[in-house]
Ligand binder design. Structure first.
Ligand code: RRO
Length: 275
């Protein structure tokens, strides 16, 4: 996390953390495809008690640290959110959207009722901003965003990975040991853009855009769809940590060339009446 901050990220979202240490799914758990990555990591993490120490270390990097948490019930998620805040996280992101972990993630975050309930419980007495990361594997992501807003989330994050599968013809079987996984990388950017665009029209709280961003122009596309901030994940794997400074520079150059003074001036301009 310290390296990512040094590389130019303005804030950091952690890997999702749960109550107990978890090994994750067996290998193969990541497949490199020509359009991106398919993963079924299975929420590997060292558990919140250990991770609290990582948060205090990471905070020394001087950028906001947003702790991502997952759990099996609204009570467990609320307890983890509060533990993240006690550990010093500047914000908490609820992972309501991992596409392939039984009993967690999207299994919790696929109905507006659950999203609202989980956000309400987690936000109660939290004291730091609450982000709800939503699944694109649904027919109506805007309904999930409205539910997060009703539940008191301060922002929504869109999107997590798209549920997918890859088969190895020679072996005649799915490549991932878990069979299904989450697709990330360039292929999912148009899906993410569409989701952010729909959410921007549905809620008043800010939207954080994520999914297939690997350049300043990709980030600007999300911002014009309605994102007030963006996250980069898979491009760190494909391009390395330089992606942060390169993206920052490209955004600034575009703003200079096109007369934008602040990021806020670009947010949502792709909507009717926005420009
Ligand atoms: O750990 C994972 O398998 C994982 C998570 Br928590 C997530 O949110 N999204 C994803 O694609 N993989």
């Amino acid at each position: 996390m310290a390296e990512v901050a040094r590389a130019g990220a303005g804030a950091i979202v952690t890997k999702s953390v749960g109550t107990e240490p978890r090994a994750g799914h067996p290998s193969p758990c990541v497949v490199e495809l020509n359009v991106g990555l398919l993963n079924a990591m299975g929420l590997p993490n060292p558990g919140i008690d250990y991770f609290a120490g990582e948060i205090s270390e990471a905070k020394k990097a001087g950028v906001p640290i947003i702790g991502s948490v997952f759990g099996g019930t609204e009570e467990e998620i609320a307890e983890l959110a509060s533990a993240m805040a006690r550990a010093g996280a500047d914000g908490v992101e609820l992972n309501l959207s991992c596409p392939h972990a039984k009993g967690y993630g999207a299994e919790i975050g696929s109905t507006p009722q659950m999203v609202e309930l989980v956000c309400r419980k987690a936000k109660h007495g939290l004291g730091v901003p609450l982000f709800a990361k939503l699944t694109p594997n649904t027919s109506d992501i805007a309904a999930l965003a409205r539910a997060a807003e009703r539940g008191g989330a301060d922002a929504v994050v869109a999107i997590n990975t798209l549920k997918g599968m890859a088969i190895e013809p020679e072996a005649r079987m799915p490549i991932l040991a878990n069979k299904v996984g989450g697709l990330s990388g360039p292929a999912i950017r148009p899906v993410g853009i569409r989701c952010v665009y729909e959410i921007f029209e549905a809620v008043k709280i800010p939207v954080v855009g994520v999914g297939g961003i690997s350049s300043g122009m990709d980030a600007i596309e999300y911002i014009m769809a309605g994102a007030g901030a963006v996250q980069i994940g898979t491009a760190v794997w494909s391009l390395g940590l330089d992606v942060f400074s390169r993206t920052n520079k490209e955004i600034l150059r575009f703003m200079e060339e096109n007369g934008f003074k602040t990021i806020q001036d670009m947010v949502g301009v792709a909507h009717p009446g926005g420009h």
